[in-house]
Write a protein that binds this ligand. Sequence first.
Ligand code: UD1
Ligand code: UDP
Length: 382
Amino acid sequence: MKKIKVMTVFGTRPEAIKMAPIIYSLQQRPDRFETIVTVTGQHKEMLAQVMAAFNLSADYNLQVMQQNQTLSDITASVLQKLEKLLQQVKPDIVLVHGDTTTTFAASLATYYEKIPLAHVEAGLRTWNKYSPFPEEMNRQLTDVLSDLYFAPTKKSRENLLSQNVSAEKIFITGNTAIDALKQTVSQEYHHQTLTQITPGQKLILLTMHRRENLGKPMKDVFAAINQVMQQDSQVEVIYPVHLNPKVQSVAREAFSNNSRVHLVDPLDVVDFHNLCARSYFIMTDSGGVQEEAPALGKPVLVLRDTTERPEGVSAGTLKLVGTKKSSVIAAMQELLTENSTTYQAMAKAVNPYGDGHAAERIIAAIEYYFKQRQQKPVDWIG
Ligand code: UD1
Ligand code: UDP
């Protein structure tokens, strides 16, 4: 049987984390697949961290990252560099993940070469094109260009169907984030940052980086955290600060006088997942963290006005709080209250996002697409 030549293309931290289980599974089957790993390098250090943690190496690196890059910089650079590579390598299929500008630009470049395109984590929607920006349009445009759709949940499948994607092309796989999580969290884990936290304190893990939150929304959230912490001496925060200079400057200024907020460099994914598992609750505007935290039974205050991950809200783990100072203060205080029933209700471990076997289903679906398997793989029923 002819090997299927699969090229994965990704460029940022979250794409790498969620593509890693697929690459691993493909590489386990060298008789069936030729696996080519292309990174755009939209992220540099933060991508390198994930590659090292999952022992991944890139066959090609387009090295597009620039300090303070604009969306057009990334798009143009990926398009031009990937065109040449696709013409040279001629993969049978290209896999992209999620909703970054790498995802969209790589999808467009693949379409221009008339190569089949598969979208991992297809069908997530807020239906608001500026929230998150530009991710909502990145994923919608990618879904317009795709030939195969790996929808993580029933809801994401429904979203695709509502945009007239043929049911035959959609596979409900679960999210590969859960596959990754199964590899990282361990009871024995210990991290140096944890020694900085006074025993008995309530640890909040914070991340914030979205483009639409840069500036005032971020300042308001940080002011809310400082205010709550002034009134509650039992709280400590670990904040791994994204390397974007526009995030770094606001974070360092906001927390310069608060010694109970520990600003650290972006954490290795193993460190990050294990700190999530040891936190009291999480505050974030991240997409991926909204998938991981429910599996770990950690309440999440989502620092955004919309979410494309409504499953976690329905399950009760995620609360959409926005970025208004008064809303953030109220939500934090509610979770910090002694014997909070809200806390108890949110801290139940549920997992609407997968069973840890998403990568296997994705690989089976690729075989099915290339007629190397007769039966359509069975959908994951969450
Ligand atoms: C990107 C994605 C976003 C995703 C996020 C994950 C787009 C438009 N945005 O946003 O969807 O949630 O990644 O973290 O695709 N930088 C470094 N080193 C790094 C990474 C970033 O120095 O390893 C700095 C650079 O100055 C860069 C800036 O951060 O210009 C912003 O990076 P960029 O990829 O444009 O945006 P993110 O906010 O990371
Ligand atoms: N993450 C990490 N180190 C950190 C912060 C986050 O490894 O310091 C992981 C996190 O577990 C999740 C992913 O990065 O899997 C989320 O990435 P990010 O928040 O940058 O992007 P998003 O998911 O919002 O697109």
